[in-house]
Write a protein of this length. Structure first.
Lengths: 554, 297, 339
């Protein structure tokens, strides 16, 4: 998924209700102290409020505060949510399964177990008994079916992950069966960060469910419920414990979760220093290194499933010539980029980050200036004739700016003058989709990461031919590759070794043709308070902290 | 809109010598700073230890080196010498200031002359138009415009000029109106002198002094506004050496690599200070009657 | 007086109409398709068409302008493409935070700037005068975004005296929840007698307010000094001096009152300027005000929101000026004639 920096991706306007953004107090505060219009979160949150909890098992009153560089919420609808709010929604909603990045296996969540037929076209899940939604309704197979069907029907966000599904059946309360058009790994798909939440579709009664969600309400099964939402505020979103959570509250858990919107890295660092934040999503490599050296805070880092890719325009301009593209890929100082990003980047090997199916060692690119110059010469460039390229990056991203500076400097060495255009993501993307090919960029730089722990999303979105272009901003049209890509889901569900081989072959071909240049894999660097224990970064759920799994200590 | 803003009169005749001296001293300090900035801008290629760092060159291995003998002011996140970029940055800032004020005069001069000379309805309309533009704080309208135009040094200059010209239009209008209402114009007209000639020969020269004073006072404000736009990513783009951009690039490094932010910020501060001191000094010498007013960008 | 009032109101109205036209014009230039921003990238062509109709983008621009102007007058400032809330609602939450910041900064600026200006005028030509003039020129030459960073670094990172960002400690929401009245935290805490929040809010306010206050402090000091020196030179003050009134009486009673008139006018000008300056300061201090809102709307090309902020600040400026002109006209007949 491409991170839509703050731009709502939902199809329909989630009409935020007047009440939700405005109260200056948590939902659990005594009534009567509420502000003039602070009727917020009166419904589901009230049941989880401060008065209700003491009878539960929560031993502490601890708050987990997550300082995040992006706006937290753009869409509260679990069906269409496809942006930063998933870091919160994954604590409010749950999927049938969850991917464990450590063991690289799919683990049970709302589903206790599942089976599939040998052809991979029929999947049956056994649901965990006795789970209820925050609305009080039990989680039955019929309810899960209704949720997934609504998600598919709305076609928003990452709903495409269910494309293989033909029908869903709920023969009894605990059995959920998927019949597929073609083989697909439904166990993995149902662990998706986006569009795989199971929620109560009857939460709004006769009302409009989408509007209901838009009022900062939730109908999930997760450990926390939405407390208060203050759009644009630093303390943007609060979650409160759901006392009847099905996995129980034995032992020490956080009672409140606060998501802070803190755009400045220095400020995030300083909030951590002063103990006001428990964790930050990302700090600059320098700030991270400093925090690590000082030792007062805990740090965690691991390579993510997110990589930065430069897409070369294969259909128009100088880069239409494969030799120029190859020259570009050989002129880039990959080591220099990783060096400058000082720890927030690790070298990429191929288009798939390590830890995912299809990753292969030894696909890393290397700078070879002589070869690059030779290729440029063969393409007809050289003394007196320089190529001009337009490179677009996303405006708000400091790392992309640094990378662009380096790329510009690298390509100047082989006679290519690069104009860097930092654009808002939306504008950058609109330009890439211009109907007039001459208005498109030559090099498009963006991050990509999967919706669920599988590399398919890179290939189906980025390299399968599509006209008009959507995310395939290299404008590649290669029927052979299209055919290989189409076969990937079935292969993944039935024969993972064959899938691995196919992914390797496709990557090799794309890199040889220099269709896109993987620049680096993002290294997640988290800084936490030392009193937060149990944090494990799960790159399959980009930037999500599963607060239920964390323990407040000392 | 302009309420009765007072003359900032220096009582030259009654002033003690001491006071004049202090005033001069500050103006001299300003002039000295401005001179240094001008020298930096002119001689940047000679003074800069590594002129290529002001352009496209990068040096990842030497990124974020602290100030030392090799790099007097340290290096930035892609290994460029900060001193070299600061020196070239003086060129960028001065260029923007000259462009903005030039453009503002270019727009404001004819409009102001016509408004003041012709008077009547045309004058009213033009002055209401300047009122409208003056209602937008320069930074705000420039922000909106810069967000619309592709960010670049040139477009930042255009965006700022759009908010700056009304001051010159008003200034020149006042001069033109004074000339137009004098008996001289009526007699000149009676003698068959053309309007154009009156405007060129009499209104224009009369406007020169206040315009020069206003321009000198404005330099500091324009440099600050341009730096603010670049700081917000709406002005100069990397690798253009620009001080506001350099501050924003180093912002997240501030607590760890202080030199990346500190020096460009100081450069903005000192340059603006120099021009403001010099401008105030010039104002008290050239224009003791103070028809100009302080700019609030 | 009545004629002045009518004339001045008429002028202000004309300017406001112009402001609306200019903001609309700027918005029309924004690249990118607002419908795509609104509908989301995966929207189909039909959905885009439907959104275009919904947003009125399918109609000719004069019609859109009239629509927009009518909406502005009746309180419909459009819907933010980004937050999907009415722009006026968004502003109503953002503006109080900024107002709080700017008002505190202006009060500080007046409390510091006016005495400094008086001191400089009384000691004109001496070292004190020179120092004050240098300092006030430094203050108006200060890049506020840089000052904000320096303040943060010194008072938070190095000394640890003051908090770095936000309006108050979020933990207080649990221990002593704040009742919302005005959305200005300090005011709300005062009304509700919420002392923990009040002290936390004041501590959080200190650094951003200091950054915003730099420019007005310098400008007010300069203006007070210049204005005083001018009044002191006027006939009636010279007369008073000739009659043997002491310096204290001359500066304190005779010259100061009229000299402060232009300072009041300046405060109105600086008010709007400081509102715009919050653009540079709020992001650094994570202050949930107009500046943060504007920055977010500019980076997301959220046209209605950009328009809303621009319009708001311009209207605030026009009204502040109007108010000052009228107040001055009411007190001072000379100003009345000038209008």
């Amino acid at each position: 998924m491409r991170r839509y920096q703050g731009i709502a991706v939902a199809l329909l306007a989630a009409l935020a209700a007047a009440g939700c953004g405005e109260t200056k107090q948590p939902a659990g505060a005594p009534p009567g102290s509420t502000g003039a219009d602070g009727a917020a979160a009166a419904t589901s949150a009230a049941s989880a409020s401060g008065e209700a909890a003491p009878s539960g098992n929560a031993p502490t009153d601890a708050t987990f505060t997550y300082a995040n560089g992006n706006n937290i919420v753009t869409d509260f609808d679990p069906a269409t949510s496809y942006s930063n709010e998933v870091i919160a929604l994954n604590n409010v909603y749950e999927q049938l399964t969850r991917y464990d990045a450590e063991t690289k296996t799919v683990k049970p969540l709302l589903a206790d177990s599942w089976t599939s037929t040998a052809d991979g076209k029929s999947w049956t899940f056994r649901l965990h008994p006795g789970v209820t939604f925050h609305t009080g309704k039990p989680v039955t197979a019929a309810a899960a079916k209704a949720a997934i069907e609504r998600t598919i029907k709305l076609k928003g966000g990452a709903a495409y992950i269910w494309d293989a599904v033909e029908t869903i059946q709920a023969p009894d309360d605990a059995t959920l069966t998927f019949k597929l058009k073609y083989a697909a790994p439904i166990d993995l798909i149902s662990s998706s960060t986006y569009a795989a939440f199971i929620y109560d579709t009857t939460a709004a009664g006769d009302g409009d469910l989408k509007k209901w969600f838009g009022q900062a309400k939730d109908a999930g099964t997760g450990p926390y419920v939405v407390g208060a939402w203050k759009k644009g505020d630093q303390n943007e979103l609060r979650l409160e414990q759901f006392p009847d959570y099905w996995r129980g509250w034995e032992g020490a858990h956080y009672k409140h979760v606060l998501f802070q919107y803190v755009p400045e890295e220095t400020t995030r660092r300083q909030l951590l220093d002063s103990g006001q934040a428990s964790m930050a999503d990302r700090l600059s490599p320098q700030l991270f290194a400093e925090a690590k050296d000082q030792g007062r805070l805990a740090t965690a880092e691991r390579p993510s499933f997110q990589n930065l890719i430069a897409f070369l325009n294969t259909s128009h301009g100088p880069l239409k010539d494969v030799r120029v593209r190859q020259a570009v890929s050989k002129a880039i100082d990959y080591e220099g980029i990783v060096a400058v990003l000082k720890g927030s980047a690790v070298p990429a090997s191929g288009l798939i980050p390590e830890g995912l199916l299809g990753y292969k060692e030894g696909l890393a690119q290397a700078k070879d200036l002589d070869a690059a110059k030779t290729l440029m010469g063969q393409a007809g460039y050289g003394e007196g004739k320089r190529a001009k390229l337009l490179l677009t990056i996303s405006n708000g991203d400091a790392d992309q700016r640094v990378v662009a500076t380096l790329l510009k400097s690298n390509l100047a060495e082989i006679g290519i003058d690069v104009t860097v255009q930092p654009l808002e993501w939306q504008t950058q993307w609109d330009k890439a989709k211009s109907t007039d090919p001459t208005k498109r960029q030559d090099i498009f730089v963006m991050y990509w990461w999967p919706d669920y722990a599988d590399p398919f999303s890179w290939f189906v979105n980025l390299f399968k031919s599509a006209d008009p272009p959507f995310f395939n901003v290299s404008y590649l049209v290669d029927p052979a590759i299209d055919k290989q890509i189409d076969a990937l889901p079935s292969l993944t569900a039935t024969d993972r070794e064959a899938a691995q081989a196919s992914y390797e072959a496709i990557q090799t071909r794309l890199l040889e043709q220099a269709v896109a240049v993987p620049l680096y894999v993002v290294n997640y660097q988290r800084v936490l308070q030392k009193n937060v224990s149990g944090y494990v970064d799960n790159p399959a759920y980009a930037n999500v902290a599963f607060v239920y799994d964390l323990t407040p200590t000392g | 809109m302009a309420a009765a803003v007072p003359a900032q009169t220096e009582q030259v005749p009654t002033a003690g010598r001491l006071r004049a001296l202090t005033g001069d001293r500050l103006a001299l300090l300003g002039a000295a700073i401005v001179l240094v900035v001008l020298v930096c801008a002119l001689l940047a290629p000679v003074l800069a230890p590594s002129p290529e760092d002001a352009g496209g060159a990068t040096d990842p291995v030497n990124a974020l080196l602290a100030p030392s003998g090799d790099h007097l002011l340290g290096t930035d996140q892609v290994g460029r010498d900060i001193l070299s970029r600061l020196l070239y940055g003086a060129r960028t800032s001065l260029r923007i200031a000259v462009e903005v004020i030039g453009l503002a005069i270019l727009i404001g001069l004819p409009l102001g002359m016509v408004a003041g000379y012709v008077g009547g309805l045309l004058d009213d309309v033009l002055m209401r138009v300047t009122d409208v533009f003056l209602a937008f704080p320069a930074l705000l309208l420039a922000l909106a415009l810069a967000a619309v135009l592709t960010p670049s040094v040139g477009n930042a200059a255009i965006a700022i000029a759009v908010t700056w010209w009304p001051w010159y239009a008003r200034l020149i209008r006042a001069q033109a109106a004074t000339v137009a209402s004098s008996g001289y114009v009526a007699s000149a007209r009676a003698l068959g002198v053309s309007h154009a000639r009156i405007l060129l020969r009499h209104v224009l020269p009369n406007s020169a002094a206040p315009v020069i004073v206003q321009a000198s006072v404005d330099f500091g404000g324009v440099i600050l506004t341009a730096a603010a736009l670049s700081y917000l990513g709406l002005g100069a783009q990397d690798p253009t050496p620009e001080w506001g951009l350099m501050v924003s690039q180093g912002q997240s490094l501030f607590t760890t690599q202080w030199w990346v932010v500190t020096f460009p910020g100081l450069a903005i501060l000192l340059t603006a200070l120099g021009f403001n001191l010099l401008g105030d000094g010039l104002r008290s010498i050239l224009d003791p009657r103070q028809v100009t007013r302080d700019r609030h960008p | 007086m009545r004629r002045v009032l009518v004339r001045r109101l008429g002028q202000a109205l004309i300017v406001l109409v112009g402001v609306v036209i200019v903001t609309f014009g700027v918005a029309r230039l924004v690249p990118g398709d607002p419908a795509i921003t609104y509908a989301g990238p995966r929207a189909s062509q039909e959905e885009l068409d439907r959104v275009r109709v919904e947003l009125g983008l399918d109609r000719p621009w004069p019609e859109q302008l009239v629509d927009y102007a009518g909406g502005v007058a009746t309180g419909d400032w459009g819907t933010s493409l980004h937050t999907r809330r009415p722009v006026l609602d968004d502003l109503s939450t953002a503006v109080p935070a900024s107002l709080e910041l700017v008002l505190v900064a202006l009060v500080v600026a007046a409390l510091v700037g006016v005495p400094l200006g008086i001191l400089a005028a009384r000691r004109r030509g001496r070292l004190v005068d020179g120092t004050i003039r240098l300092l006030s020129t430094l203050a108006v030459s200060m890049p506020v975004f840089w000052l904000g960073l320096i303040l943060q670094n010194v008072f938070f990172a190095r000394l640890g005296w003051l908090p770095v960002a936000g309006e108050y400690d979020p933990q207080l929401d649990y221990t002593s929840p704040l009742t919302v009245w005005t959305r200005m935290t300090v005011v709300d805490a005062l009304i509700g007698g919420n002392w923990p929040v009040l002290s936390s809010a004041l501590a959080h306010l200190a650094l951003p307010a200091a950054a915003v206050a730099a420019y007005p402090t310098g400008a007010i000091a300069q203006m007070t000094r210049a204005s005083l020196l001018e009044t002191v030179g006027e006939d009636h003050v010279r007369m008073a001096r000739a009659l043997g009134f002491g310096e204290r009486a001359i500066y304190g009673r005779l010259a100061l009152r009229p000299a402060l008139n232009p300072v009041i006018a300046l405060v109105a000008l600086v008010f709007a300027y400081s509102l715009a300056n919050t653009f540079l300061v709020e992001a650094i201090f994570n202050w949930p005000g107009l500046g943060s809102y504007a920055a977010a709307s500019i980076t997301t090309l959220d046209t209605p929101a950009i328009l809303g902020v621009t319009l708001f600040v311009a209207v605030a400026y026009v009204l502040a000026n109007l108010l000052v002109d009228l107040v001055q006209a009411a007190i001072d007949p000379r100003v009345r004639r000038a209008l």
